[in-house]
Design a protein around this ligand. Structure first.
Ligand code: TNX
Length: 591
């Protein structure tokens, strides 16, 4: 309420007022029509006629749409068989915008058209939502295009492992709501979840923690939050190369780009521990040179620090050449797995969040490097590390990205790269970080803790699982993230209080160029509370749908608070009456 009141007080821009007037012009009939598809399309109109699809409805499409035709075929497989019915044409029109689609439904013909396969695929998602269980479709027309290029979900499988099947179901669900980026948080202090053939210790050691199996020693102590075994029941706690490739292939069929994250230089305890074990083994075997090759820690490091999650040994010693070799080895293997899946790796997320103060100060190697370059601040050492990462990635043809900390540099590097801005909580001092970075030339993915952290509890209730360090996040939070109609503002502090107007006025607004650099939105499903498949589903849904609505549907522009409340009511009804029952009917339920 407070939030909407605050928005309502802001003056509309001329542009927003124009859109607002246009919105008003949308007839009640059209409003009802667009509400039949989630996320809401740009335009939809239906008439009283209907069209009938059957299990064996003919599909006419070119070879470039084989994947889409197969997808449609599996959709139709759930329908009854029968006589007659319509036929379906899938086609491309390179003149259209990327990802846009046109869906035309007449009694005897259904046409799905997109610029390429992705657009057609998006059209099929809308078709699936309109399709009755008996095969009926309302006749009419849908014209649609996304608001943001980046519409993502992040899943952290490091804190608690998620099985391949859980990941595939999450991808299916993302595709159904037209999300197109999967940020795969594969490593953290508590686990390393992808097998790397050249460095088997990464999973042998780094994928185990928590409650050990009988007769087994835990290699990593449980982090605070959960002492539960992070391995799937009977599972390995990591993805083999084949499993990872299968995930990449599945995502590709769904037109979802998988962005792998290898968190460095902090949040890296699993890797640091694993490489320490490797070092010890090789030393014991008398291979002194080999032992040093991939070491991530400095045995002489006396640095004293504490990470947010209370670790004292989770930061890589970034002055060591073995750190660069480690990164290069991992990146080369990961890139090869992507090639094997037929989905080239374009961008890698290097993490970079929450490096504890004090790291490197007691490391002779780090101190020597700082002295040699005349650097006075640890930040400069870190910027140099990032430059080296960037160079390693560039050699493999891969772009660099990271959490907001990677863009808050001493040398202004990182313009044009994707940066994930999470820390918009009131009192953080970073409330306008997204605006400043976008104005400064960075491509911003809004990942705001206060509205897009799906590991947070939905509400303040003893039975609701999840953190709440930046407030509670119910489905209305992602739905209510309406950036660009006004400066991007955090809506409340952790206590739910709206910020004081004078503090709001002091924040940096988005300038017109910065506006164009808000690349999109992403939901974050951190893993500390994601202890089971059921829990992953509970935390993801229905918040994911609120995110999709905001990321795909048109910028609502400036709106009167009453209208924002009406929008929410309409969306909540759509969820309850259509989307949640539809998810319940899925042939492959999550849990
Ligand atoms: C902060 S915000 C983290 C994660 C935690 C999460 C829990 C950020 C980039 N890092 O390491 O899992 O909070 O809510």
């Amino acid at each position: 309420e407070q939030r909407h009141r605050m928005r309502g007080d802001l003056l509309p821009t001329a542009d927003a007022a124009w859109r607002y007037a246009q919105n008003d012009a949308l007839s009640l009939l059209d409003q009802e029509a667009v509400g039949r598809i989630t996320p809401r399309p740009r335009m939809a109109r239906f008439d009283a006629r209907s069209c009938m699809l059957r299990r064996s409805t003919p599909i006419d499409s070119g070879v470039d749409l084989d994947n889409e035709a197969a997808y449609l075929r599996s959709l139709l497989a759930t329908l009854p068989e029968g006589e007659g019915g319509a036929s379906i044409v899938l086609e491309t029109d390179p003149g259209m915008e990327a990802e846009a689609y046109l869906l035309e439904i007449a009694p005897d013909l259904v046409l799905v058209r997109g610029a390429g396969a992705h657009g057609v695929f998006n059209g099929l998602q809308s078709l699936a939502q309109l399709l009755g269980q008996d095969g009926t479709l309302p006749c009419g027309k849908v014209v649609d295009t996304p608001r943001f290029a980046y519409r993502g979900m992040m899943l952290d499988v490091a804190r608690h492992f998620s099985s391949v099947d859980t990941v595939l179901r999450l991808l299916d669900c993302m595709a159904a709501y037209k999300l197109n980026r999967f940020h795969f948080h594969l490593t953290d202090d508590e686990g390393w979840r992808l097998a790397i053939a050249a460095l088997p210790e990464l999973t042998e050691v780094g994928a185990r923690r928590g409650v050990p199996a009988p007769g087994e020693q835990p290699c990593l102590p449980p982090s605070f939050g959960s002492g539960a075994d992070t391995r799937a029941p009977g599972g390995s706690g990591f993805y083999t190369a084949d499993e990872f490739v299968a995930i990449l292939r599945h995502a590709q069929r769904l037109h979802i780009e998988v962005i792998p994250e290898f968190n460095m230089p902090g949040h890296a305890r699993a890797a640091v521990e694993a490489m320490r074990v490797r070092h010890a083994r090789l030393m014991a075997a008398g291979d002194v040179a080999g032992a040093e090759e991939y070491l991530l820690s400095d045995p002489h490091d006396s640095s004293v620090y504490e990470s947010v999650q209370l670790w004292h040994d989770n930061v890589m010693c970034i002055a060591l050449p073995s750190v660069d070799r480690f990164i290069d080895t991992v990146v080369a293997e990961v890139a090869a797995l992507y090639r094997q899946a037929g989905a080239p790796l374009h961008v890698l997320h290097t993490g970079g969040d929450e490096v504890p103060v004090g790291a490197w100060l007691g490391s002779p190697a780090c101190q020597a490097r700082m002295r040699a370059h005349g650097w006075l601040e640890a930040r400069q050492l870190r910027d140099d590390f990032q430059a080296r990462c960037r160079a390693i990635l560039a050699r493999h043809g891969i772009a660099f990205s990271g959490w907001e900390e990677t863009a808050l540099t001493s040398n202004g590097a990182g313009q044009g790269e994707d940066v994930y801005v999470w820390n918009n909580g009131w009192g953080s001092g970073q409330e306008d970080c997204a605006n400043r970075l976008a104005n400064d030339g960075h491509e911003v993915v809004l990942s705001s803790a206060a509205s897009l952290y799906f590991d947070f509890a939905y509400a303040k209730h003893p039975q609701e699982p999840g953190y709440y360090w930046a407030g509670f996040v119910d489905t209305r939070e992602p739905f209510g993230t309406v950036p660009l109609d006004a400066p991007l503002l955090p809506q409340h502090d952790a206590m739910g209080r709206a910020p004081a107007p004078e503090r709001v006025a002091a924040l940096a607004p988005l300038d017109p160029a910065g506006r164009g650099r808000i690349k999109g939105l992403q939901g974050q499903l951190w893993g500390e509370n994601a202890r089971s498949r059921e829990r992953v589903e509970y935390l993801a849904l229905p918040r994911l749908i609120g995110l999709a609505e905001r990321a795909w549907s048109a910028d609502p522009g400036w709106k009167h608070p009453d209208e924002l409340a009406a929008d929410w009511n309409e969306f909540a009804n759509r969820l309850g009456q259509r989307e949640l029952p539809r998810l319940d009917r899925q042939p492959q339920p999550w849990a």
